[in-house]
Design a protein around this ligand. Structure first.
Ligand SMILES: Cc1cc2nc3c(=O)[nH]c(=O)nc-3n(C[C@H](O)[C@H](O)[C@H](O)COP(=O)(O)OP(=O)(O)OC[C@H]3O[C@@H](n4cnc5c(N)ncnc54)[C@H](O)[C@@H]3O)c2cc1C
Length: 421
């Protein structure tokens, strides 16, 4: 919709019965740099600060595309506000050295929809099923209702993270330690088209995840997902036996990124507390996938974690509960009491969004497998890894909807420039 907003006369094909994609089902967390909301809260932020933070946030240095997005992010925020969007909630990233703000915007999809020019036609329940290609250039799309000729085609079909076959193809995540979501969308059509028409794919292993699954396989082979919300009944420790993050931020890409960064990581819990959040029908399978022991030292040795470190961590936790706050920001009362048999299992990741996808140039032109521009074909949003594959580093960042919108506006401007409009 962002791209169509600046391309009067376009036709938007939408496979489902409503526009907006996965945004309406999300809290619309967005990330901008150097906003009035930050200034009001006396949070010092700048492109330079964000670039410095980027490796901590995403596991990799900011690319040129990332810098372009960061530099233009405040203007994206301003335009959204001009369109009537309001940002009403601000949170802090759990691992950054300095404050970073994300703003929650309720109604991104309806704001963009309202901003579409009158001559943009939206065709609901119309799935693009393939590309029309002539002489290495795209000249339209195929649908179940017939072919639609078009001089310019913008792929905005979203990500692939709800396709277990594609997550398995692109990652080396161990079986049983990850799951995919069940929200509508992220069906991976862009990847299927890449396979069918030799389009380039890049950084497809950069997948943002939540860490709210239990790292053992359920009946379908994917990690069991927690059945009860609220604070997870575990702490996460690395090989030193030390914690590195607030585990209650399990829904953030940042937490999952830190799990990657500190690997191997163990979720340390007790059988009694773990049982409380797992479907009773799956409990026997989950317990069989845990490493449990009669005492913490034996458990540490069984999972290859430094026993002294883990014992020290547990002693500190007992202390936080009674006298002082948890240094990672987790509420002391939400920490596990470890009543029951000591157990550990790998944390389970829930694939949430992809930061790789169709390979595109900095304006969004789709490249083929040889790196050559495919005439007439552009890609935006999650289909192109949130704008340009690789801009989200190794595991992405929270608030990428800002980049989705940015990429739509950026590509529309490039198309207009190319066509002299
Ligand atoms: C529960 C949840 C919470 C999230 N929370 C956040 C958050 O707070 N902040 C954030 O930044 N990100 C969040 N995300 C991720 C974010 O929603 C997506 O990254 C974003 O929506 C991607 O935007 P998009 O327009 O590229 O793709 P999508 O939102 O997936 O939209 C793609 C659209 O294309 C349609 N489509 C697909 N294939 C075809 C086809 N062949 N023909 C026609 N139409 C097609 C789909 O129906 C859909 O409407 C969340 C995701 C989930 C599941």
């Amino acid at each position: 919709m962002a791209a169509a907003m600046d391309l009067p006369g376009s036709i938007v094909l939408e496979a489902s019965d409503r526009v907006g994609g996965r945004a309406p089902g999300s809290p619309n967390l967005m990330m901008f740099v150097g906003t009035p909301e930050q200034q009001e809260r006396h949070i010092v932020d700048s492109v330079a600060a964000a670039v410095e933070d980027w490796p901590i946030l995403t596991g990799a240095e900011a690319s040129a595309a990332t810098r372009a997005f960061l530099e233009e992010s405040a203007a994206v925020r301003d335009r959204l506000v001009d369109l009537g969007l309001r940002f009403d909630l601000v949170t802090h990233d759990p691992v950054l050295r300095r404050d970073r703000m994300h703003a929650t915007a309720v109604g991104l999809d309806s704001t963009l929809f309202a901003g579409l020019p009158e001559d943009v036609e939206v065709r609901l329940q119309t799935r693009a099923t393939g590309l029309l290609v002539e002489d290495h250039a795209v000249v339209g799309v195929q649908t179940d209702d017939g072919a639609i000729p078009a001089a310019t085609v913008v792929i905005a079909s979203g990500g692939f993270v709800n396709r277990p076959d594609l997550v398995a193809r692109f990652t080396s995540w161990a079986p049983g330690t990850w799951a995919v979501g069940d929200d509508p969308g992220a069906w991976g059509d862009a990847v299927d088209w890449a396979d069918a028409w030799s389009l380039g794919l890049a950084y497809t292993d950069a997948i943002g995840a939540a860490a709210d699954a239990v790292g053992v396989a359920g009946e379908d082979g994917q990690a069991v997902r927690r059945v009860v919300g609220g604070p997870p009944p575990w702490i996460l420790v690395d090989a030193s036996g030390r914690r590195f993050i607030d585990e209650t931020q399990y829904w953030t890409v940042t937490l999952a990124g830190q799990v990657h960064a500190h690997a191997p990581v163990w979720a340390v819990t007790s059988d009694v507390e773990l049982r409380d959040v797992v479907d009773p029908d799956l409990w026997a399978r989950v317990l069989a996938g845990c490493t449990c022991a009669d005492d913490w030292t034996t458990l540490s040795e069984a999972i290859g974690v430094d026993p002294e470190g883990l014992l020290g961590t547990l002693a500190e936790i007992a202390d936080y509960s009674s006298t002082r706050p948890d240094p990672f920001g987790r509420s002391a009362v939400s920490l596990p009491a470890f009543t029951g048999r000591p157990c550990a299992l790998p944390p389970g990741l829930l694939a949430n969004k992809n930061f790789g996808g169709l390979d595109v140039d900095p304006d969004g032109r789709v490249l083929d497998t040889d790196g050559q521009v495919v005439g007439g074909l552009w890609a935006v949003g999650e289909a192109a890894g949130m704008g340009v594959p690789g801009m989200g580093g190794l595991w992405g960042f929270d608030g990428a909807l800002s980049a989705v919108v940015w990429s739509g506006w950026r590509t529309a401007a490039a198309i207009r420039a190319e066509q002299g409009r």
